[in-house]
Design a protein around this ligand. Structure first.
Ligand code: HEC
Length: 106
């Protein structure tokens, strides 16, 4: 129950902060539920704590996550797996994943 209430507030504050106040272009079109859905393909590797060279991304800044994904997508960051993963994501998917992972506890 506490988690659901927290989630609700997280969603509301994202809508307010990102859509209205900051309007950060990298996070435009972010959809929390879609991010949660898409995260299924990430969590096989990304666990709640870093492991075997795979960084934990839970609770990271949304903008940080989105920027990293764009860098992998553009092949400006080296890592074959992440380049492949990110190349399949469009802008809205990146934004959605970023706000979703940001909402998770570290
Ligand atoms: C097959 C395993 C695997 C999958 C699946 C995967 N990742 Fe990764 N990810 C990695 C590894 C390994 C790294 C570290 C790469 C490096 O050293 O540059 C990484 C790095 C990252 C980073 C940068 C973190 C940082 O602090 O530098 C982000 C953000 C990220 N992944 C997001 C995602 C998202 C979102 C998904 C799902 C769409 C995903 N990853 C799917 C293995 C994976």
């Amino acid at each position: 129950m506490v988690k659901i209430v927290f989630k609700f507030f997280a969603v509301v504050s994202y809508l307010l902060i990102f859509r209205v106040l900051l309007a950060e272009p990298l996070l435009d079109g972010a959809d929390f539920d879609y991010g949660e859905y898409l995260s299924g393909q990430c969590v096989t590797c990304h666990q709640s704590s870093s492991d075997k060279g795979i960084p934990a991304i839970n609770g990271a800044e949304a903008l940080y996550i989105a920027k990293r994904l764009v860098l992998y997508k553009n092949k400006e960051l080296e890592n074959e797996v992440m380049q492949l993963v990110a190349s399949a994501l469009d802008k809205e998917e990146i934004a959605s994943l970023a706000i979703y992972f940001n909402s998770l506890e570290k």
